[in-house]
Ligand binder design. Structure first.
Ligand SMILES: *Cc1c(COP(=O)(O)O)cnc(C)c1O
Length: 379
């Protein structure tokens, strides 16, 4: 076992993917340069049609990024001050940030210790506690997250949501391409949002995102919100909206990547399974529910003494990342909500022990063996 890899290890290797699709990218990008319709051009419509068909929803409304996708979805459901929206504390900040941006109040929920997704039993308890407290706020919605690419437990979550007459917004920013009980993500709950940030499983070369719904009225509203709340034309404004449009160049990139996306999902699963087999019990490997397939946005493991393990991996030139070192209920940005350490013990325990390994469809076995060897020597 040497302490230097044969070649530089990328955490996510977007270059290998680009080399594979470069010709098609050049062609698609040239077409945009030729027609000159840079925003909401023909590629955007083509992508929306393709993605709606791919996940099996009636409508796909693309937008500028995954955060706007979440925000626009909340705006379409008229989320406003006085509303409470429940979300896991263990997620990327955008999930709860958009709630605060609408003036509504985020209410955090603990996670399942195996899947790291929102725990339906904790959700039910959080809603009941919230209702007992008589805050004057209205329990309006829930944002489950498909964390690391594994779908949340939608059957259990929807049962809770229906019982309390709440809507569900699926945060599938990391989950595009994953499967829950035979269905692709972005169809769960009442509305779903995803991201095409370059490092996501389906990424573009900049910012991009999309919203999915089966509701014609909501789809129309989203198209209006996306362009400053436009009515019959650009200078007729019937509601408050945002500039949430997607660039044609980014849509062109996603269209090319969609051609190889299913193959990449197979590779991601093969690589993830190989990691889990080779790592054995040296770390706690990911648990994927038997009724789910992950799209492996991240391959995340648990270890005690993370600081020392990560230092040893760094010395072997093995890149790692921590998603997420600080739960949202402990972030300064949310201090006004009044949470304290100890409020979500599972989230806090996982946040102290978790880290992610290099994960992308082009990770070759030799490099993976080197990474696994490094972990076994470091734990
Ligand atoms: C990446 C991400 C977002 C935000 O997507 P952007 O395109 O970066 O705005 C939202 N939620 C989760 C869980 C994410 O991982």
């Amino acid at each position: 076992m040497t302490t230097t890899p044969k070649k530089k290890i990328d955490f996510i290797d977007l270059k290998a993917q680009q080399a594979r699709i470069r010709k098609q990218l050049d062609k698609r990008i040239s077409a945009v340069l030729d027609h000159g319709s840079y925003i909401l051009g023909p590629e955007v419509q083509e992508l929306e049609n393709l993605l709606a068909r791919y996940v099996c929803t009636k409508h796909c409304i693309s937008c500028g990024n995954g955060t706007d996708a979440l925000l626009m979805a909340l705006m379409a459901y008229d989320v406003k001050p006085g509303d409470a929206i429940f979300a896991p504390s263990f997620t990327f900040v955008a999930t709860a940030e958009v709630v605060a941006l609408t003036g509504a109040t985020p209410v955090f929920v603990d996670i399942d210790p195996k899947t790291y997704n929102i725990d339906p039993a904790s959700l039910e308890k959080a809603i009941e506690n919230f209702l007992r407290k008589k805050t004057g706020l209205r329990a309006r919605g829930i944002i489950p997250v498909d964390l690391f690419g594994q779908p949340a437990d939608y059957d259990a979550i929807m049962a809770v949501a229906r019982r309390h007459n709440m809507f569900v917004l699926e945060d599938a920013a990391q989950g595009f391409g994953a499967v829950y009980k035979g269905k692709k993500t972005c169809v769960f709950g009442d509305i779903a949002a995803t991201s095409f940030f370059p490092a996501k499983p389906l990424g573009c070369y900049g910012d991009g995102g999309a919203i999915f719904t089966n509701d014609d009225g909501v789809a129309e509203k989203l198209k209006s919100i996306r362009v400053h709340g436009q009515g019959t034309d650009k200078y007729d404004n019937i509601r408050i909206g945002i500039n949430g449009r997607l660039d044609s160049l980014q849509a062109a990139v996603v269209l090319v990547k969609m051609e190889i996306f299913d193959e990449e999902l197979i590779s991601r699963n093969r690589i993830a399974n190989r990691y889990s087999t080779l790592l054995g019990k040296s770390v706690v490997t990911p648990y994927i529910d038997p009724h789910s397939q992950s799209c492996w946005a991240q391959y995340s493991v648990l270890t005690e003494d993370r600081t020392s393990v990560l230092a040893k991996l760094k010395a072997r030139s093995i890149p790692t990342a921590i998603y997420y070192p600080k739960p949202l209920h402990l972030q300064d940005a949310f201090v006004y909500l009044g949470y304290k350490k100890g409020d979500f013990p599972i989230t806090e325990r996982i946040a102290e022990r978790i880290f992610s390994l290099p994960m992308h469809p082009y990770l070759d076995e030799e490099t993976q063996d080197y990474i696994v060897g490094g972990i076994k020597e470091s734990t």
